[in-house]
Ligand binder design. Sequence first.
Ligand code: ADP
Ligand code: TRP
Length: 318
Amino acid sequence: MRVLSGIQPSGALHLGNYFGSMRPNLEWQDKAEQSFYFVVDLHALTSVQDRNQLRQSRIDCILDLLACGFDPKKAIIFYQSHIPEHAELMWILSTLVPMGMLERAVSYKDKVSKGLSASVGLFTYPVLMAADILLYDTNLVPVGKDQKQHVEIARDIAIKFNNTYGDVLVVPEPQIHEDVAVVPGTDGQKMSKSYGNTIPLFGDDASIKKSIMGIVTDSKGMNDPKDPETCVIYQMHKLFLSPEDARALGDEYRNGLPYGEGKKRLLSTYMEYFRPMREKRMKLKEKDAMEVAAMGAKRAKSVAVGTMVKVRAAVGLL
Ligand code: ADP
Ligand code: TRP
């Protein structure tokens, strides 16, 4: 079983990235025959066009992954841009993708409505993501729910390729943990680097406190009964809890736990959970990221080259 996922270096990693993507992929690095977790820096160009910012975010991203427990001896950790085969496969796949398939992609429409420029790169983003996945004979792609449609597009493209050229590409499946499928942000929408509503994993203590204390709530009085299902504080807090503890906390909200008290408890749980990772992160240096990425690129490259030999032969480019 091959398991693969990617993350954009487009800003500081946050709680939604951790529970939606990093944690499920961390579990797979111990269980999968081979697992890949990589920094999709070519994708990030669709939203980050400041070279200093991208340079810093790429480095921080790998250091954050290492601090959270990704282990280069187990998972193949690398930068997408170090393997040019991603862009080559993307082009070949794009010749098979009907415009309508991309026109239906909700993420493109969402991003444009939130103010990103409607570039060709943003439009064809799902084809690059399909290439990312198909290049490594991936069976399973653990992602948050917002990425489900993109993995389905990768599946459809693999099937179309195989129908056209013969059985070459492995057809992947998404894996989504329903309990953490969409982590809400401090404003109640999906938490996302691009929406300014995140709680960062590695921000300084004061900014994490400010984000948690700033979570939006409704205007219920201090001791009024609250609905945990619509309470963002509870929805975040339960990510850290066992089902029994989550149920008990839900009952406390129903019995009138004040939102201010709920936020203080969330802050303390957050700090306790991430403390070891935050301590490890402080000790990591830029050169650690470079070493891990160089080693990862070597391992990724050998798989990517093997797939491209088959793809080139299948389409008549060999
Ligand atoms: P962002 O939306 O912050 O830019 P990315 O697009 O880089 O994050 O997403 C990286 C991974 O994290 C993807 O698998 C995505 O599904 C997951 N993810 C991002 N935000 C959330 C969230 N709020 N809830 C659950 N998973 C999320
Ligand atoms: N599009 C994904 C996101 O925004 C990131 C990504 C790029 C990805 N390539 C991938 C995720 C391949 C899984 C597999 O979150």
